[in-house]
Design a protein around this ligand. Structure first.
Ligand SMILES: Nc1ncnc2c1ncn2[C@@H]1O[C@H](COP(=O)(O)OP(=O)(O)OP(=O)(O)O)[C@@H](O)[C@H]1O
Ligand SMILES: [Mg+2]
Length: 341
């Protein structure tokens, strides 16, 4: 394997240390993904230069010019605090003629905007919950064509920002109140969509032209009280105490027959192509008891920390973490950005 010069782009403050010794669990959680990627790439023999980026592109430009990396490993999820600017960073890398890992700018832009991506999926007749958009600064009107219960969420955020049990609304009053909450507290346009009761599945997709999916990973709520909806709220995703108490675990989705697995695989590849994605992505799905599968969203820049769903599901097929990272790099090196044509 060729040894590469890899420029790891991470958020300022998240440049990982050489080793984890002496850090608290809470501190480690902050830069775990960055640490896993950078330290694994170094163990594989690559030369890695990790730089912190917050609100200035100059350090990226300087590193590309002076150090001439073979590839930039894209681990940024925001630019000056705005999560939806990840597409702009990879656009900049393309303008610099710099190969990078992960999804291309258009795929990131389309997938990040939930309303826009759902419109595209509908065009392709891909099942996604019916929805209405509530832009900020416009008076919210209750939609006639949607039936309660609805789930209200931010259109452009991720990491379940603003998602709690109160996101599920069953009355007009609660709907308008929650929309206002998203506008004011999450600072974002809101969408209200058909609430899908069912199994929560995550599917990793990897590739540029030829695609592979990893087995569906399921979030289980083993010990959730009956009156609490089984959805991945911010608490469910990040509060370890809460996870233990409610038996929240993720693992290989059990009991899907071959046809269902094929259905999920085909669906995820279609979504990936419809949204012009490349590199790798994670699809968030809900499967109803009748077997119908709804696409909640496509994540163009998912968490690839060791032990997280994406890497775990890859590992379940015999793809080690090292092999996964190498594939992500190879896909980046081979991606045909417009400047290469
Ligand atoms: N229409 C829906 N019906 C049922 N549950 C939903 C629906 N939309 C969202 N959820 C629940 O809320 C969670 C978060 O929603 P979603 O994935 O759309 O938002 P996100 O904040 O972008 O998440 P991520 O952290 O994956 O980026 C889902 O994983 C699911 O459990
Ligand atoms: Mg999600």
């Amino acid at each position: 394997m060729k040894k590469l010069r890899i420029l790891a782009l991470v958020r300022e403050g998240l440049v990982p240390p050489e080793n984890m010794e002496g850090y608290s669990e809470k501190e480690i959680a902050e830069w775990k993904a960055e640490f896993d990627v950078v330290s694994t790439l170094r163990q594989m023999g690559h030369e890695v230069n990790a730089i912190g980026v917050y609100d200035d592109l100059a350090p990226i430009r300087k590193a590309i010019r002076e150090w001439q990396p073979d590839i930039a490993f894209m681990l940024l999820e925001e630019f000056h605090g705005v999560a939806s600017y990840d597409h702009a960073i990879v656009s900049y890398l393309e303008l610099m003629r710099q190969p990078y890992t992960g999804c291309n700018p258009r795929g990131l832009l389309l997938s990040k905007d939930k309303a826009l991506s759902k419109k595209i999926l509908s065009y392709h007749r891909i099942l996604t919950p019916k929805f209405v958009m509530f832009p900020r600064g416009r008076r919210a009107k209750v939609p006639k064509r949607l039936a309660f219960p609805l789930l209200v969420k931010a259109n452009l955020e991720d990491a379940s920002a603003g998602i709690s049990q109160a996101s599920i609304v069953t009355t007009e009053e609660a709907l308008l109140e929650r929309v206002k909450f998203i506008h004011d507290k999450v600072d974002c346009g809101a969408i209200a969509e058909q609430y899908i009761e069912g199994r929560e599945l995550y599917v990793g997709v990897i590739g540029n032209a030829r695609l592979q999916t990893f087995p569906a990973w399921e979030m289980l709520f083993k010990n959730m009280p009956d009156d609490v909806a089984k959805i991945a709220t911010a608490k469910v995703k990040f509060d370890e105490e809460y996870q233990k108490r409610h038996g929240i675990e993720t693992g290989l989705a059990q009991g899907l027959d071959e046809e269902q697995q094929m259905q999920v695989t085909r669906l995820c590849k279609r979504v990936y192509r419809a949204l012009n994605m490349s590199g790798y992505a994670r699809m968030d799905l809900r499967m109803r008891a009748d077997g119908s599968v709804f696409v909640l969203e496509a994540n163009g820049n998912p968490n690839i920390a060791y032990g997280e769903d994406f890497a775990e599901s890859a590992e379940s097929t015999g793809t080690s973490y090292e092999a996964l990272l190498q594939r992500i790099i190879n896909l980046g090196l081979n991606y045909e950005a417009p400047w290469r044509r």
